[in-house]
Write a protein that binds this ligand. Structure first.
Ligand SMILES: [Mg+2]
Ligand SMILES: [Zn+2]
Length: 262
């Protein structure tokens, strides 16, 4: 039957009326979570001698990653790197251990799981990689910086949105994305039994702080997010949700199997 959501009371009431089915939201980061690399770094393999000139490397300003990647793509375009070569290079990125098994399981149980990606990569890279692995149908939505090839064959990328969060990079607050998605779903009568957030990075902390008691944060073992979460509990301001550390997609898969049996 319906489970009290631990959020606003009227939402629980709404859930009781609109739906008594169990549905989980799985929110994934992309770089170093689904794939075992940083896609924005991997594209440098397409550059002459597989490296960037110092002028570009030193032009990065904290919080302005998208603009920086824009300059990287112009450099690649100026050096004659075409879409086909980029695609060939990007689709060799390995998935993180166990992730293909995990995505296969989710794909076969879509009636139980909604699944989204919230990433600071871009639409072109993520689309290539998901399609190459035949996993694009596993995901209901991908929230990331919109990218496109220009008429002259250059890859261009824009900020995902504007936000007023002081903790996040200028182009993307993953908490805002998650919050808006959950609200949109609620308006359509979908109230999640539980949210599971799977990530590794510093920009995954903001959405994790949005999670409530019933939800689960799954930080990758040994990566920044895990360290930030344990720092918060040492500072005696622990996050509200449960925390489960993972090092392979198989561990996440085992957890999901337990969840759906409850
Ligand atoms: Mg990441
Ligand atoms: Zn934020």
């Amino acid at each position: 039957g319906p489970v009290m959501c631990g959020r606003w009371c009227f939402r629980c009431l709404w859930r009781g009326i609109s739906s008594s089915t169990m549905k989980f939201l799985l929110a994934f980061d992309f770089d170093y979570t689904l794939i075992d690399e940083n896609s924005d770094t991997w594209i440098v393999k397409c550059a002459p001698e597989e490296k960037l000139p110092i002028g570009i490397k030193s032009s990065y300003k904290k919080g302005h990653w998208t603009e920086y990647m824009g300059r990287v793509f112009i450099y690649l375009g100026d050096n004659g790197v075409k879409e086909a070569e980029m695609k060939r290079t990007m689709t060799t990125i390995p998935f993180t251990t166990g992730m293909t098994d995990l995505l296969g399981f989710i794909g076969m149980n879509k009636e139980l799981f909604d699944c989204i990606i919230i990433s600071d990569s871009n639409t072109v890279f993520i689309d290539w990689i998901l399609r190459a692995g035949n996993f694009h149908r596993v995901f209901d939505e991908v929230f990331t910086n919109p990218a496109t090839f220009s008429d002259t064959g250059y890859l261009t990328v824009q900020n995902f949105h504007n936000h007023s969060c002081a903790e996040c990079p200028k182009n993307l607050c993953k908490r805002k994305v998650l919050e808006e998605f959950v609200d949109k779903q609620l308006q359509q009568g979908v109230n999640y039994t539980q949210i599971v957030y799977i990530g590794d990075g510093g920009n995954d902390l903001c959405p994790v702080k949005f999670l409530k008691k019933n939800d689960t944060a799954m930080p990758r073992q040994g990566y920044t997010l895990e360290k930030l979460i344990s720092q918060m509990s040492q500072d005696l301001s622990p996050i509200e949700c449960s925390v489960l550390v993972w090092s392979s997609g198989i561990e996440i898969l085992s957890y999901l199997k337990i969840l759906v049996k409850e």
